[in-house]
Design a protein around this ligand. Structure first.
Ligand SMILES: Nc1ncnc2c1ncn2[C@@H]1O[C@H](COP(=O)(O)OP(=O)(O)O)[C@@H](O)[C@H]1O
Ligand SMILES: [Mg+2]
Length: 386
């Protein structure tokens, strides 16, 4: 077991060090599987899902989407993550994942009316890949905070690996939430994206980390990155620093997802200048819709001045609550205003997402049959098709 896997174990739970991270047939869970007071106890996972198996093997309904192992070229060498210390004063005990099957409204049959109010478009089955790269770079961008950028980066990335894609997640926010969401404490890292962005001598391969998800790697960040914004201002070609940084690994991955910070500053401009596409998570709430116009304006400027190949990959409605009229009204306006670039997949508001952050895992692994996991798989299919 790598140091990173042990790092991903829930801690603050007595006896965790020798126990497997999650309940298995041979080892009972180190905590009550049905938490007291939980009104709808979830059944324990039907099978152990927390091994380094290719994710698709956990889903018998999608067996053909992983290329056969013999045809997989060598994985790029990446550094292991340092162990997560047991004494993290801010930790919460992670709940065990669940395998309860939930309906996702975005995954109805073609032509049925989805949550966007439009008939669902036909999305072809993603083709199998026998070779990898060059990567499509997608910037996940919205200057508003808390709209689901980081959540979408982690879960879209993990869902893309289930379709046999190799994915690098780039944490481009000094708050390091993407790294935390994958079970890493970024302030304890010696080397982060800051070092490769600013110090030319640092080697990208030394900084990129493997995650507990096969084929999902992470370029972590921490608060050091906030200094980069200031330091880059004085540089020649300051808008292309991220593009220069990513160039050596473009051929190793199929997708590079850049999780942007909530601003339209120089770091975000760097992400847009390096990207082939922008994915915009848009909270189904009135202010978000207003902010989107400003973001579109910035994207257009970057297109004209820095990166003519930049496209809008799509707008992803997030935090949708089908029970509220407000959510439905905002959704109708978003579809009316932005049309076909709005994905058919919609991410509902659910407490599962904050819970996965505590668990330090993507929802596709933590609760693989949840509506949230299904929605991000549906999004992955749409992204591959665009
Ligand atoms: N669909 C969702 N439903 C409920 N909570 C969500 C959802 N998506 C994200 N969250 C939670 O909202 C908070 C902000 O999400 P995050 O992805 O970090 O946004 P951003 O990166 O845009 O700031 C996090 O606590 C996250 O767990
Ligand atoms: Mg974020």
């Amino acid at each position: 077991m790598s140091t990173f896997e042990s790092a991903a174990q829930p801690y603050g739970v007595p006896g965790h060090a020798s126990a497997p991270p999650y309940p298995t047939a041979s080892a009972p869970a180190p905590w009550p599987v049905t938490p007291a007071g939980d009104p709808q106890p979830s059944p324990p996972p039907a099978q152990p899902q927390y091994t380094q198996q290719p994710a698709a093997q956990s889903y018998p309904q999608q067996p053909a989407q992983q290329p056969p192992p013999a045809q997989q070229p060598e994985r790029p060498p990446v550094a292991a993550a340092p162990a997560r210390p047991v004494e993290d004063p801010l930790s919460l005990p992670a709940k065990p994942g669940t395998d309860a099957d939930e309906d996702d409204p975005s995954t109805g049959p073609d032509g049925s009316i989805g949550p966007t109010g439009r008939p669902k478009r036909h999305i072809p089955e993603p083709a199998m890949l026998h070779t990898h790269g060059p990567a499509k770079v997608l910037a996940i961008c919205n200057q508003k905070g808390g709209v689901g950028k980081t959540t979408s980066a982690i879960n879209l990335g993990a869902a893309l690996t289930e379709f046999g894609r190799r994915v690098l997640l780039v944490d481009f926010d000094p708050q390091g939430a993407l790294s935390v969401g994958l079970g890493i404490l970024p302030h304890q890292l010696d080397q982060t994206i800051y070092n490769v962005l600013i110090e030319r001598a640092a080697d990208l391969d030394d900084v990129v980390m493997r995650t507990t998800v096969e084929d999902l790697d992470l370029l972590p960040s921490n608060i050091d990155l906030s200094a980069a914004e200031v330091q880059l201002v004085a540089e020649v070609g300051r808008e292309h620093a991220l593009l220069r940084t990513l160039r050596p690994v473009i051929d190793k991955y199929d997708y590079i997802l850049v999780d942007c910070q909530p601003s339209l500053g120089l770091l975000t401009v760097n992400a847009l200048a390096a990207a082939d596409g922008v994915l915009i998570p848009l909270e189904c709430e009135y202010f978000s819709m207003r902010g989107a116009a400003l973001l579109m304006d910035t994207i257009q400027k970057v297109q004209e001045r820095l990166n003519p190949k930049l496209e809008i990959t799509g707008i992803l409605p997030t935090m949708f609550d089908p029970r509220t009229l407000h959510s439905r009204e905002v959704m109708a306006r978003v579809v009316e205003r932005f049309g076909d670039i709005v994905f058919d997949t919609v991410i509902n508001r659910t407490v599962r997402f904050p819970e996965t952050t505590v668990a330090g895992e993507p929802i596709t692994k933590w609760a693989p049959r949840s509506a949230g996991a299904k929605a991000y798989r549906a999004l992955a299919r749409e992204v591959i098709a665009r």
